[in-house]
Design a protein around this ligand. Structure first.
Ligand code: GAR
Length: 202
């Protein structure tokens, strides 16, 4: 049974989607910790409801990113988790953490990468005028949303969409593909091969 730790900065709906699937025994894993940079993150309440310990590494309590990342790294390593899941973690991670977690850290992003990396991906998609949007789960590397892609799912962009409507449609798919990617990892079915991720059939 694999252990996972989740990093989240806010609402925590993707975190909930993952721990709900674990609770329903659809993912062979134990979630050992929620780690957040935000003491007001709603994800903390979700963790408490599920009996999962939370660790707050408050970004604003540190003089700089380097000092913050020393404690963040210690918090991640203290979990001993096999897999680190970035589920709405809204900061860029430094190279030291990314290297230490290479091949065992994944991220959900609300766009069809490599389009629209970074912040406000759904707004970027609307402003560009694409007809198809979506979400991506990928391994984390030292670039911005640039690691090998595990799963993607697309949704239509409708004429009446504003940022909220499109974000909600994408979010429903995030809640499907993030737990699915976690399951594939926990079943040892993912192999990174250069830029590609190979998925062993179950
Ligand atoms: C999600 O849409 C996630 O894809 C996005 O933040 C939201 C978090 O929602 N992440 C990023 O934009 C990372 N670049 P949640 O807290 O309800 O899971």
């Amino acid at each position: 049974m694999k252990t996972i730790a989740v990093l989240a900065s806010g609402r925590g709906s993707n975190f909930s989607a993952v721990i709900d699937r674990i609770r329903d025994q659809k993912i062979p894993a134990v979630c050992v910790a929620l780690i957040t940079d935000n003491p007001d993150a709603r994800a903390i309440d979700r963790a408490a409801e599920a009996g999962i310990p939370s660790v707050v590494v408050d970004y604003c309590a540190y003089p700089n990113r380097r000092a913050y990342e020393v404690d963040l790294f210690a918090a991640i390593e203290a979990t001993g988790a096999d897999l680190i899941v970035l589920a709405g973690y809204m900061r860029i991670l430094g190279d030291r953490i990314v290297h230490a977690c290479a091949g065992r850290m994944i991220n959900i992003h609300p766009a069809l990468l490599p389009s629209f990396s970074g912040l406000h991906a759904q707004r970027q998609a609307l402003e560009y005028g694409v007809r198809v949007a979506g979400c991506t789960v990928h391994f984390v590397d030292t670039g911005m949303d640039s690691g090998p892609i595990i799963l993607q799912h697309c949704v239509p962009v409708l004429d009446g969409d504003d940022e909220d409507a499109l974000s909600e449609r994408i979010l429903q798919e995030e809640h499907r593909i993030l737990p699915e990617a976690v399951r594939l990892f926990c079943e040892d079915r993912l192999t990174i091969s250069g830029r590609r991720v190979l998925i062993k059939q179950g």
